[in-house]
Design a protein around this ligand. Structure first.
Ligand code: PGA
Length: 242
């Protein structure tokens, strides 16, 4: 594991985008797992800039969604699928179908989850997985208590996550209570994981993830065992690290 601590959120985005670009230059056909969340926005903008400047071509990549709310229309600005498309994929010259979505409106959610796992396997696995971390230590929507051997599935969101995400919705009671997420074992199977975090609110979660014994109480702590993990933090998020 490599932990990189920089001064500011913009430096986190720069360092992360530069790691992604380096990786894609040596792995141009990589399958990429895309996270949603405010922390990721800076990376996506820098990747769009790199594309516009001719420094990267995403034409040979396939993309996989990390998580999604249940019951949010896919055209809604709060749909993660919509965010990934409108804030990134639509700006880098890739066709609509290259994002393997998690459809939170599927009639048969169990089949949706198993088909998603099958799609990852058929594509040869996820090579690069982008991740954020929740204040409660979640990765994707794997909330505290999630089994380390969990795969893609429907989950119930904990109140802390609902509150953290409520600013995207008209009010807290409009935030979906359920979501669909890659499981912890699904994320662990990615060949390279790049997790970023900024701000003091994430500091306790980072300390638990990196310094406490592994525990389902901090789902991100499963990553201590990942063979190829880079964690990029600003000083505020790293506040509680030794
Ligand atoms: P955030 O979300 O980037 O909006 O803080 C991260 C997460 O919950 O995984």
């Amino acid at each position: 594991m490599e932990v990189v601590i920089v001064d500011s959120p913009s430096q986190v985005a720069q360092e992360a985008a530069s790691r992604v670009l380096d990786y894609l230059h040596t792995n141009p056909t990589a399958n990429i797992g895309l996270a949603t969340g405010s922390t990721q926005q800076g990376i996506y903008q820098l990747l769009i800039d790199a594309y516009n400047e001719g420094r990267i071509d995403f034409g040979k990549n396939h993309f996989f969604q990390l998580d999604e709310y249940l019951g949010v229309p896919e055209t809604s600005p709060t749909s993660f699928q919509h965010v990934l498309k409108s804030h990134f994929l639509e700006h880098v010259g890739v066709a609509d179908g290259v994002l393997q979505v998690l459809d939170g409106n599927a009639d048969d959610l169990e089949s949706e989850c198993s088909e998603f796992e099958h799609a990852i396997a058929s594509a040869g696995g996820i090579d690069l997985q982008l991740l954020g971390i929740g204040r409660n230590g979640h990765i994707g929507f794997n909330e505290p208590g999630s089994a380390f051997d969990s795969r893609t599935r429907v989950v119930e969101l904990q109140i802390e996550t609902v509150q953290s995400n409520s600013h995207y919705f008209e009010s807290e009671d409009r935030v979906p209570r359920h979501a669909i997420t890659q499981g912890l074992a699904t994320i662990m199977a990615a060949k390279f994981v790049l997790l970023i975090a900024t701000g003091e609110a994430k500091a306790p979660a980072l300390a638990s993830m990196l310094c406490s014994p592994q525990s389902v109480a901090t789902p991100a702590s499963i990553l201590q065992q990942h063979p190829n993990l880079i964690v990029i933090l600003d000083k505020a998020a790293a506040r509680d690290l030794p």
